[in-house]
Write a protein that binds this ligand. Structure first.
Ligand code: SF4
Ligand code: SF4
Length: 452
């Protein structure tokens, strides 16, 4: 089995992002292979933990993937302040003599954004709505690398996940759990300080806010879950996420002072993309009245290039407005009107781009998270829940298709659902050994066999 077939069989998807199937991403040749260990979002430290603990495996996997890609440059990019992780990786690189370069980055947001990272490492801007491969680069997250290494060396598919739990808990913890573990079990392991709480699955900027107790009780760890933030229900971030779009639109129309801070600090604008959120905000009052497609494209086309990083609304805007949410709203309107926004294939980064980067510490203060900054998880706890619910859609593309039935016994690592034919999809495996008590198009519940 070659690397692509092995990665596909193991159901490996991007562990740090939206879950793009890795066998598709790696089916290429590239000049650069970049390991993303920069931990994009504030407060998350999972990739740091993995680099520190499994430095030898990270370097070995980086070399294996680079060889497959026939890459001329193999880079691990991480923040300069990660001194212990840099020391661990450098020790392995020096000992093995492999040609891996460590790129040490300043602490800014969004350092781990794939396109920001590619521009910083290679000096090339990824085309609008393009891929790093368009400029000769492939980027993989540290967690993805370790999954590839586990498959190549031990034949293990993706069945478990490392994640951190931070925020309103006794102290931050790092967990290793089977895929499908209840999020509430992870939170209980961290001893929450509050009886009632809301959560963010992922980071504070781009993570998913879940405030409804029933939704929290149903949420499970997937292949892309890297962090859970526990917060009080009245925390600024939780309240802000629940504002209805109608209110956001009214506020945008009435309070935007056209200072253009949202544009000047936008990471996509900075790498040269056609991205001027202040102009989208300026035109918003006209949106219902524009009938001509070209006029609509001219007024709102920029919104198509927004990556929803949140810089504009969580940091830049002095009026507390939401250009990011407005862009998401406009993207839907562009689709509904059948407007195809042209792409600039050769964007050029702005001069002195580094002057416009946002220091993470200031962002954390702005987000109301300063109380949780600087606290670290030092050890990793293994959770072994009695049952798991393994979703069949943990990736971009079509859900996997069940190959098992209720009542069947499965072993950990056995195929539960196969990647759907004809498009992006990924295999899903049993994360524990046990009996399938329920299975549907959405996923399977497995009750673990009791230890003898
Ligand atoms: S969310 Fe805001 S800052 Fe981020 S890409 Fe979109 S417009 Fe730019
Ligand atoms: S930063 Fe806020 S006030 Fe300034 S132009 Fe953008 S949306 Fe308007």
């Amino acid at each position: 089995m070659n690397l692509i077939e092995a990665v596909k069989a193991a159901g490996i998807v991007g562990a740090g992002g939206a879950g793009f199937p890795t066998h598709v991403k790696l089916n290429a040749k590239a000049e650069w292979f970049i390991v993303n260990a920069a931990e994009c979002e504030p407060l998350i430290e999972t990739d740091k933990y993995l680099c520190r603990t499994f430095a030898d495996r990270v370097v070995a996997a980086a070399m294996a993937i680079s060889a497959h890609l026939e890459a001329e440059h193999t880079v691990i990019a991480l923040k300069r302040k990660y001194t212990a992780e840099i020391a661990a990786l450098r020790a392995v690189i020096d000992k093995t003599g492999v040609p891996v370069t460590l790129v040490e980055m300043d602490t800014f947001y969004p350092a781990g954004d794939e396109q920001t990272l590619v521009q910083l490492v290679t000096g090339r801007s990824v085309p609008e709505r393009g891929l790093p491969l368009n400029v000769g680069a492939v980027v993989d997250n540290v967690g993805t690398l370790l999954n590839i290494e586990a498959m190549l060396t031990r034949g293990e598919p993706v069945t478990e996940k490392y994640l951190s739990v931070v925020g309103e808990v006794r102290e931050p913890i790092m967990l290793r759990v089977p895929i499908g573990t209840a999020i509430t079990a992870c939170i209980e392991a961290a001893a929450p300080n509050l009886k009632e709480y809301a959560i963010i699955i992922g980071g504070p900027m781009m993570g998913k806010v879940v405030a409804d107790p029933e939704a929290i009780s149903k949420a499970v760890v997937t292949k892309t879950t890297g962090n859970i933030i526990v917060l009080s229900k009245d925390h600024y971030l939780i309240q802000r996420a629940q504002r209805p779009i109608e209110r956001i639109r009214v506020q945008a129309r009435s309070a935007c002072i056209q200072c253009r801070m949202c544009t000047d600090l936008c990471p996509r604008y900075l790498i040269g993309h056609q991205m001027h959120p202040h102009l989208v905000m300026r035109n918003l009052y006209r949106e219902p009245f524009i009938e001509d497609k070209d006029e609509f494209l001219h007024a709102f086309g920029d919104a198509a290039n927004c990556c929803s990083c949140g810089v504009c609304e969580m940091f830049a805007c002095p009026m507390g407005l939401s250009p990011c949410k407005v862009n998401e709203y406009i993207k839907v309107k562009l689709r509904e009107r059948g407007i195809d926004v042209p792409k600039n294939a050769e964007p050029q980064a702005k001069k002195r781009i580094e002057m416009h980067r946002i220091p993470t510490a200031r962002l954390i203060a702005r987000l109301g998270l300063a109380d949780y900054n600087g606290l670290h998880a030092h050890t990793c706890i293994d959770l072994a829940p009695d049952s798991v619910f393994v979703p069949f859609s943990q990736h971009i593309g079509k859900p996997a298709v069940a190959v098992k039935h209720a009542g069947e016994n499965v072993e950990k690592g056995e195929l539960l659902a196969a990647a759907a034919e004809g498009g992006l999809s990924a295999n899903i495996h049993a994360s524990v050994s046990g009996v399938i008590t329920e299975i549907s198009a959405a996923g399977a519940t497995i009750v673990r066999h009791k230890e003898a």
